[in-house]
Design a binder for this molecule. Sequence first.
Ligand code: SUD
Ligand code: ADP
Length: 283
Amino acid sequence: MIYEKAPAKINLTLDTLYKREDGYHEVEMIMTTVDLNDRLTLEKRKDKKIVLKVEHRYVPTDHRNLAYKAAKLMMDRYQIKQGVTITLDKAIPIAAGLAGGSSDAAATLRGMNRLFELGLSLEELSELSAEIGSDIPFCVYGKTALCKGRGEKLTPLPKPPAAWVVLAKPDISVSTADVYGALKVSSEDKKIPTTQCIEALETGDYQLLINSLGNTLEKVTIEMHPVIQSLKETMQKAGIDATMMSGSGPTVYGLASKERQAKSVVNALKGCCKEVYMIRLLG
Ligand SMILES: C[C@@](CO)(OP(=O)(O)O)[C@H](O)COP(=O)(O)OP(=O)(O)OC[C@H]1O[C@@H](n2ccc(N)nc2=O)[C@H](O)[C@@H]1O
Ligand SMILES: Nc1ncnc2c1ncn2[C@@H]1O[C@H](COP(=O)(O)OP(=O)(O)O)[C@@H](O)[C@H]1O
């Protein structure tokens, strides 16, 4: 039996440069992992089936699940003759902008590679994974990276300075495709400080980091769901160092250097948001 952890990610930055001919957006984003993990176990089967076990009412267990898709891709590509049973224990909120499904797919690729002793490198797994989702190549490596193209072109970055992360996931679902669909890229958009964020990571400068967050999709999703703006304001009033929406949302994260500061933000969110997590940056 093989165990794999699938950590969530947050976007320190997300900049959308332009819409491409293939319908995807050319992006430039800095993603980093946080210690909120789904857990997977993988076991060989004698038949050729992919059996996925997930106890969560909103997560499909068939070909629509990204972990299932990842297993199928590996079996087809490397002519694996046996099947696999994948047990997925979800902790990452669903459709949240935290890449839960993508991280499960990445963990499945790493796990299948070990289970069937395929000897593939992370680079090979990452390249293969782009066929099923733009966020999965990053999740194959985890850690911290600058992601370009539609998200699949990666440059590793140093891990961020230690910080507490407060995640607030409002009780709404957001479709990534709808958010990108509603985006109008304009030259008047506020500039996303990608270069400054890289400098903050390279120098380990926390003060610079908290001034270097940005996400072009934030205003698009806030327009659809104003609750995101109120969660940000609640965090700011409670003394968070910086807040930003992750990915296409709707999860808002806040960074805090001190534990008691993060705790008072968590307390302030009680009553206005049911799903709140106080965790650490992993990077
Ligand atoms: C916004 C981000 C930021 O990390 O993540 P999440 O909010 O999902 O976590 C990603 O760009 C999401 O990546 P992912 O969720 O893998 O997207 P995909 O399955 O590849 O694409 C879903 C849809 O989003 C749009 N899309 C996605 C990526 C991209 N660079 N440009 C796009 O326009 C396309 O309409 C596509 O059909
Ligand atoms: N392993 C998975 N875990 C969660 N959702 C999944 C998974 N596979 C497919 N999905 C589907 O993908 C959609 C987005 O899932 P998720 O990866 O959690 O969002 P996001 O990319 O915004 O973080 C969900 O609505 C769900 O139905």
